[in-house]
Design a protein. Structure first.
Length: 188
């Protein structure tokens, strides 16, 4: 972690999510920590998040992104969630590295060029397979997709699993942390 302030912020995110407008946090703290560690390990330059809710996962990712010199683009459909998240990013001092795009994720993603080194997917579960098709061409060689809810909502993700696990240029594995993360690596 970068500083004492970062450690305090991470602890506050885990222990007092309601102070960050998290009536219901979108990912469990262990998933936030997993993303935080993954950013430090992979050292991406460009991160994409699809579905940010109130920005809880983005804050975890953002602190690590700042430490490694990365930027984040995050997509969210609902204006109310964007407002809460942007206030959280400002409170955390991360507004300069996080760009929020409001709108339907499939449409906004289709307009983005990429490449992205790390993608966190936490949107409508029935759309994950369609998102894979949009993400893959925008994912840099050696890039990683982390798809949330792979255990808790696995019945909705069978098409996504099929695409990620059987793609000839990917290696994909289920990581049983939080609600389950399908981690897919794009070979170079």
């Amino acid at each position: 972690m970068g500083s004492i302030a970062d450690a305090d912020l991470l602890r506050a995110l885990e222990e007092q999510p309601e102070e960050w407008g998290q009536v219901r946090i979108s990912v469990p703290p262990e998933t936030g920590k997993f993303l935080h560690v993954l950013v430090h390990i992979t050292k991406p330059k460009r991160i994409l998040e699809i579905g940010m809710f109130h920005g809880y996962s983005t804050l975890w990712t953002g602190l690590a992104a700042r430490a490694v010199g990365a930027s984040i683009t995050t997509l969210e459909l609902e204006a109310e969630k964007v407002a809460v998240a942007e206030a959280n990013f400002a409170k955390a001092g991360l507004s300069d590295i996080i760009t929020v795009i409001q709108g339907d994720g499939k449409q906004t993603l289709a307009a983005l060029a990429g490449p992205y080194d790390l993608v966190f997917l936490d949107a409508a579960k029935e759309d994950y397979a369609a998102y894979f098709d949009l993400i893959y061409p925008r994912l840099s060689p050696g890039g990683v997709i982390v798809a949330d809810n792979a255990v808790s909502h696995g019945e909705y993700l069978t098409d996504y699993f099929d695409k990620a696990r059987n793609h000839p240029n990917c290696v994909s594995v289920l990581v049983p942390i939080g609600t389950g993360e399908e981690v897919t690596y794009k070979k170079g």
